[in-house]
Design a protein around this ligand. Structure first.
Ligand code: CA
Length: 230
């Protein structure tokens, strides 16, 4: 995987250099910027494989940078939050981030997350992704497209992957830990709230077109499509 570029957007210089050093040691090329605006330019000019994005930046905040990236791309984004604040994490995931880490973090944990996210995005980039249909809902893995009838619904990358996983196991209950491992690629028990936030976003964006059933105390499953319930 040599030559993959990671864009690090962080205005605290000590953290930026520390993160960059670890990523370089692990074989990545790294670009660092302290500015949200410059980050948006670099996303286009440098074509990075992943962005590590601090939430608090002096110009454009990380949330806004993430939203703007999501307007035109499924580029993986790992958000850094300064506080262990659930609101920050949830807002970051809602803005379309793939994952987040809370400062202070272990650099090995950061590199492991970066690797996991890249592995998943390489998998989903494979063209033989196939198509899943669920009533009026259609997921096209090759094009990363989600449609309800004629209407295209914009989903963040992890929202797409999570919905795919649920529909691909229609009627089966998947636990939050199973979903974390399959969609986010963690082999340890991560923060299952990440799954809940993404389910909420899917419900908001798709409503009845993708009925996701909460199985209390266990996890989630895809319910029958509206057309199939008669
Ligand atoms: Ca900062």
């Amino acid at each position: 995987m040599a030559g993959e570029t990671i864009l690090v957007v962080e205005d605290e210089q000590a953290i930026a250099s520390f993160v960059a050093a670890y990523l370089r040691k692990d074989g990545f090329a790294v670009r660092v910027t302290a500015s949200g605006r410059e980050a948006l330019t670099l996303v286009h000019s440098e074509d990075p494989s992943l962005v590590i994005l601090d939430l608090m930046l002096p110009d454009l905040d990380g949330m806004e940078v993430c939203r703007r990236i999501r307007e035109s791309s499924t580029l993986p984004v790992l958000m850094l939050t300064a506080r262990d604040d659930d609101l920050d994490k949830i807002a970051g995931l809602e803005a379309g981030a793939d994952d987040y880490l809370t400062k202070p973090f272990n650099p090995r944990e950061l590199v492991a997350r970066v690797r996991a996210i890249l592995r998943r995005s390489a998998l989903r980039a494979q063209p033989e992704g196939g198509i899943l249909k669920h009533g009026d809902l259609l997921l096209d893995a090759g094009r990363r497209e989600c449609r309800v009838g004629e209407e295209e619904i914009r989903l963040a990358p992890k929202e797409f992957d999570l919905l795919w996983e649920l529909l691909d196991h229609k009627g089966l209950v998947l636990t939050r830990d199973q979903l974390l491992e399959r969609v986010w690629g963690y082999t340890f028990a991560g923060d299952t709230r990440t799954v809940d936030v993404h389910v909420r976003q899917l419900r908001r964006k798709l409503g009845d077109a993708a009925p996701i059933v909460t199985v209390w105390g266990i996890g989630y499953k895809a319910g029958p499509a509206p057309a199939e319930t008669g």
